[in-house]
Design a protein around this ligand. Structure first.
Ligand SMILES: Cc1cc2nc3c(=O)[nH]c(=O)nc-3n(C[C@H](O)[C@H](O)[C@H](O)COP(=O)(O)OP(=O)(O)OC[C@H]3O[C@@H](n4cnc5c(N)ncnc54)[C@H](O)[C@@H]3O)c2cc1C
Length: 230
């Protein structure tokens, strides 16, 4: 990430840094591998920013492109307007991997992988770069899908803004494993354990205009064969 160019500094967050996890610090990761793996497994980011003294947190599709995150939206959207002006933004991605059911209320939790990233965005003006970025979005929804659909035309391109958010700082936090009940509660008669949670895609439903017998495109075949995203 751009503010940690020193490889020795990667994997750490100095005291007082905005991206330093304070609670349960053993679950924190600051290295690119961990952060990118969580980002690449996701589809939706919640993007936070403050404008006119009002905080907003907006769910968005996103795609990672190297050390940057691509966002897109209508040229008329508040988020595009605000982030395009270069104000600070914060973006968060979360995967829930399981429910943690403890013997006590206190130790109920979830297993998760999450990322919080900070940065500022710039608008992509170059039409070819914009087209390439929009193709990345489509491939972020289903890998390989961009080549199976029409690229944006001139008016679609004019109606859409694409932002490139430079990741300045980022943290990951990962909870995995089992229940962490207090020793004194282990003899209680309550069931405790983990209920895993996995995203699963159902059988594809063709649009009504797709001719009967049309074979599923390779991207969709691979998606449903792989079943889970994260
Ligand atoms: C699905 C899910 C559910 C959660 N539910 C709860 C809950 O109900 N109650 C609760 O107290 N906590 C919950 N957490 C944990 C919560 O996200 C924070 O980690 C927690 O509030 C402690 O933050 P802090 O005080 O250490 O850091 P803060 O001072 O709040 O944040 C400092 C920095 O730490 C980093 N950071 C903090 N949390 C995360 C994170 N989850 N992932 C990546 N980076 C992070 C960010 O860079 C942030 O800027 C949940 C997390 C997830 C993913």
């Amino acid at each position: 990430m751009s503010q940690t160019p020193d490889p020795a500094a990667e994997g750490r967050a100095p005291r007082g840094a905005r991206h330093r996890v304070e609670r349960t610090r053993a679950r924190a990761r600051y290295d690119r591998d961990a952060i990118y793996a969580i980002l690449d497994a996701g589809l939706i980011a919640h993007v936070g920013f403050c404008t006119d003294g009002q905080p907003f947190v907006i769910p968005m599709l996103y795609a990672r492109d190297g050390e940057t995150i691509l966002l897109h939206g209508s040229v008329a959207s508040r988020l595009v307007d605000a982030l395009g002006a270069g104000i600070p933004a914060c973006l968060s991605v979360t995967h829930v991997d399981g429910l943690v059911l403890a013997r006590s209320h206190f130790h109920h939790s979830v297993n998760y992988r999450s990322v919080v990233a900070f940065g500022r965005a710039t608008l992509i003006a170059d039409p070819d770069a914009k087209i390439a970025a929009l193709a990345r979005f489509v491939d972020a929804i289903v890998p390989g899908r961009a080549a199976e659909a029409r690229a944006p035309d001139r008016s679609e391109l004019a109606a859409t803004s694409v932002l490139r958010l430079e990741i300045e700082d980022a943290s990951a936090k990962i909870r995995s494993g089992g229940v962490k009940d207090d020793a004194a509660d282990l003899a209680l008669p309550h069931w405790a354990g983990i209920v895993p949670q996995h995203p699963v895609f159902g059988a594809p439903i063709p649009d009504e205009s797709v001719p009967q017998g049309t074979v599923l495109p390779p991207s969709v075949q691979q998606l449903i064969a792989g079943a889970a995203r994260a």
